[in-house]
Structure formats: C-alpha cells, structure tokens
Ligand binder design. Structure first.
Ligand code: CAO
Length: 462
C-alpha cells in the first residue's frame, strides 16, 4: 500500500519534468502568419559537391526548404550537365538549370593547394557535405571521413554511390544501370518483350530524395548528439526500395501463381522469378491501360482503368453490361481473375467511344478509379499545376524564360520559392569574402592563384 502511494506521488513529478523539458526544447509558437516565419531549413549550410542528377536533386530540394546550398564546381567546366543536351547556344542547359535552383555557385579546383584550403574552410563552415562522385573520388581528394570529421565533428557527410559494399561497389552508375540492377527493369515491360527502363528517374532523382530524407534525419539526431554522421545511399538500394511490391510477389510465387497477373488468366505458367506484367496493376485491384477516342492518331489517348471490387457493379452499369453483376463468371473478384483480358477488352470497347477526359467525368462521380495518360505537353500547360507551384516559370539571364518542375512537397509554414540556377562561379567572390571571411587581399590572391579559374591555355594548345 505504502509502495503504491509512493508510486502515485512520483508520477506527477515525472510528468512535470517532461512538460518542462518539452517547453525548454521548443520555442513558443510563432505569432507570425503561416509562411512568414522563415523557411524550414533556414540556417542549414550545405556544401554541395554533387553533380549530374542524383546529388543535385537532393540539394535542390534542401534549397527549396531554405538551406543555403553552396555548389562547388570545377573551374571552367562546372557540373558536366551545364553543357549537356544544350538547346540554347552558350546558355546553361535545361538539364542543369532544372536541377540546380536555389543554389550559389563557387568555382574551385579542389586539387590546387589554395583550392583545398578554401574547401577546408567550407567544411568548417557548413553542416552537411553532399557528394555523388564515383567510388573513391572523395578519398582521392584527401577528404576521408576521418579527415572531415576532424575538421568539423558536426559535419554530416552524405553520399550517393551506385552500389553499396559488395561485388559491384567500385562501379560507376547512371540512372538506367540502377533501374536494371535494382529490379525495376526486370519487372517492367511486357512478358514477351525485353526488360524496359522507365522514364521516371527513380535511380537518380529517387535516390536523391532518399538522401535528402537521410540528411534531415541526421540533422535532427545531431540536435541531440551534437555530432555529424555518414549517410550512404546506394542507387541499387533506392530502386529496390521502390520495387518492394515485386519482392513481395517473388516470395508469393513459392505458394502458387500470382493470380492478379494477367498471365494467370491466359494460362501461361509462371517461372521462378517475378515476370514482367505489362500494365497490370501492382496491387490487389486489377487495372489496365485502355484506348480512348482518338487513339489512332494521339499516342496519349489512353486511360488507366481500375476494376476495384467494391465498385464492380458501377463498372458494369457504366460500360453497359448490367448482366455481369449477377453472372457467376463475373460477379466476384476470384471469378473475374481468369477473365481479365476479356473484361478489359470489353471495357475498352466503351472507353474507345469517349475521350480520356470524358471517361474521367463519367467514372469519377461514381468512384471508379481512372487516370488519364497525360503527355508532357498537357502537364506543361495544366494551369492547376502552375497555381500550386508544381510547375514554375523561371527567368534566367542567359537563356530567358523556361519552365521547371517545382517542389512537390508543400509545407504550410515553409513556402517554396524557386530561384533560378546560378551561373558558373557566379558567387565565387561573394562566398570567399562574405561567407568564409577572407579579406579583400586574400580574395584577390585566391582568384589570381588559379584555384578558382580554368588554367590558361598555353599558346601551343590555343
Ligand atoms: N576540382 C578538381 N577536381 C574535381 C572537382 C573539382 N572541383 N570536381 C570533381 N573533380 C574530379 C574528381 O576529383 C575526380 O577525379 P579523379 O577520378 O581523378 O579522382 C573526377 O573529377 C570526377 O570523377 P567521377 O568519377 O565522379 O566522374 P565521372 O564523370 O567519371 O563519373 C558518375 C560520373 C556519375 C558515373 C560517377 O560520379 C558515379 O558513379 N557517381 C556515383 C553514382 C551516381 O551518383 N550516379 C548518378 C549519376 S546521374 O545523377
């Protein structure tokens, strides 16, 4: 009894301590209107050594959330994508501009002694170093984890590589290699065709987003530990993570055929690994891409149609097959599975009499899940996407106005502004002087040393 009483007394005290701790850890709620209290990552400084697509995707999204992203680029060349797939002569390509918004650019030869000294100062100044060089490059620059950690124990070092430790760890990797090695290609395409890669950049941009998640998580943990840590995301792992449902199916295969795959209904036996399933729905609700009015001339006149079980009767009514509601061959999901090809062919006879937008108008009010196949042209012109900032028009000093894809993550208190990508080395002087605190004389010395500029061509080479 006495013990119980003691415990009872102890409880409120513990509660009080928790409340106190929480109150001390968080500031009082801001009285400013939402969106006016700064950005989520204000004050976070990113040393961006990344290039091409995977790393820049990550640092761009951190920049949209307010982080100060300082992009270090090789003098005279910069990120290789500046010149790749160029559409406007002498201007940065869309490949570069669409991946490098909200960043500042400093040119630095990291192998030049003065360049290395500047880089070290940047390491001391920043919170996070992001890189997606080929395997071993960072170490060859002298930037081992031990070295960085000694310079700045709070530094988070975030890396993307093609593969994690294992047989392929030394390989260089681009998007499609990751899609192939991560299980996406073997499960994409039609059963009787070769593996296919998808246009969605799940290897590059997908892995970049995962890295961003790792970074904000590590920043949060640092508020408790005070120290940085290493983050490694392999593109193979990132793609495999997105192919989770296919690994689910791989294990289900041991227990019998995958009945929701069209191949089951066609009587084609399964092998020992997950087959390509065309446009079959990945979930338990059968679906397929169907032709719509105009498909003969418009390559995107198609709709994705899902025959979700709870609304099956509505599907029957809409397509003019009310008798299927009671027919034992069609009335239940298991009865339908072996007949999916015929069912979708019948639904298609109906969708071909309508445009994809008309199908949307008819099906959505009765809760039939359908989705139009939208072309890039249609998405670029879609006004609702402009209004939400998902599509943004940006002005650029050398290439003029262009359209870009904005931040898909909408925070109510950290509104994203998409600012144009920097010109090569546009902020070199500003970063040396204002950010790193070099004196005017020191800045001049660094600029004249060749650490920030392309080596002059010798007369013979010119
Ligand atoms: N100053 C001096 N040297 C610099 C520099 C700078 N500012 N920035 C880069 N370099 C040098 C590096 O030191 C390295 O030189 P060494 O090989 O002599 O050490 C070289 O430039 C860059 O090497 P890299 O292997 O990263 O570049 P690559 O063009 O040969 O390969 C890629 C590109 C993408 C295949 C490779 O970086 C890679 O596999 N990255 C990891 C996976 C990845 O992110 N892939 C996605 C690519 S698309 O987003």
């Amino acid at each position: 009894m006495a013990t119980r009483k003691k415990a009872k007394q102890a409880r409120p005290a513990a509660k009080k301590a928790t409340v106190k701790k929480t109150a001390a850890a968080l500031p009082a709620p801001s009285k400013l209107p939402y969106g006016k209290a700064g950005k989520a990552l204000d004050g976070v400084r990113i040393l961006d050594l990344s290039h091409v697509q995977a790393g820049p995707t990550c640092t761009q999204i951190l920049g949209w959330f307010g982080a100060d992203v300082i992009k270090v680029e090789r003098p005279g060349i910069g990120d290789i994508t500046r010149g790749q797939l160029r559409d406007v002569p002498n201007a940065d390509s869309l490949y570069f501009t669409m991946l490098n918004h909200n960043k500042r650019s400093i040119t630095l030869d990291t192998k030049h002694p003065k360049g290395k000294a500047v880089l070290e100062r940047l390491i001391k100044h920043c919170d996070v170093l992001v890189e997606n060089f080929g395997p071993g490059v960072l170490d060859r620059m002298g930037l081992t984890w031990d070295y960085i950690h000694k310079l700045n124990p709070r530094m988070i070092v975030a890396s993307i590589k093609g593969f994690g430790p294992g047989p392929f760890e030394d390989c260089k990797v681009y998007e499609n290699i990751a899609q192939c090695a991560g299980g996406a290609a073997s499960t994409t395409g039609f059963r009787d065709g070769p593996p296919l890669v998808t246009g969605a950049q799940i290897g590059d941009s997908g892995t970049g987003l995962l890295l961003g998640f790792g970074i904000v998580t590590a920043l949060y943990q640092r508020t408790k530990t005070g120290r940085g840590q290493r983050i490694n995301v392999a593109m193979q792992d990132g793609v495999l993570n997105l192919c989770r449902v296919k690994m689910r199916d791989q294990q289900r295969l041991k227990h019998g055929p995958l009945k929701e795959y069209g191949q089951f209904g066609e009587g084609v036996p399964f092998g020992d690994s997950v087959p390509r399933a065309g446009n079959d729905s990945g979930g338990g609700q059968p679906g397929w891409i169907l032709k719509c009015k105009g498909w003969e001339t418009d390559p995107d006149a198609y709709i994705y149609f899902i025959t979700q079980a709870p609304i099956w009767e509505k599907v029957c009514d809409v397509i003019g097959k009310p008798e299927w509601k009671t027919d034992k061959d069609y009335a239940t999901p298991p009865a339908r599975l072996p007949r999916l090809k015929h069912i979708f062919a019948t639904i298609e006879q109906w969708t071909m009499t309508k445009t994809k937008y008309e199908v949307m108008e008819i099906c959505n009010p009765v809760d039939i899940p359908v989705g139009p196949i939208l072309s890039m042209k249609e998405l670029a012109e879609e006004q609702s996407l402009r209004k939400t900032g998902t599509m943004v028009e940006v002005d650029h000093p050398t290439r003029g106005k262009y359209l870009t894809v904005g931040n898909p993550i909408k925070l109510s208190d950290s509104i994203s502004e998409v600012k144009r990508s920097p010109l090569l080395g546009e902020h070199t002087k500003e970063i040396l002087g204002k950010v790193l605190g070099y004196s005017e004389k020191e800045v001049t010395e660094i600029l004249q040393s060749g650490a920030t500029s392309a080596p002059l061509k010798s007369k013979a080479a010119a």
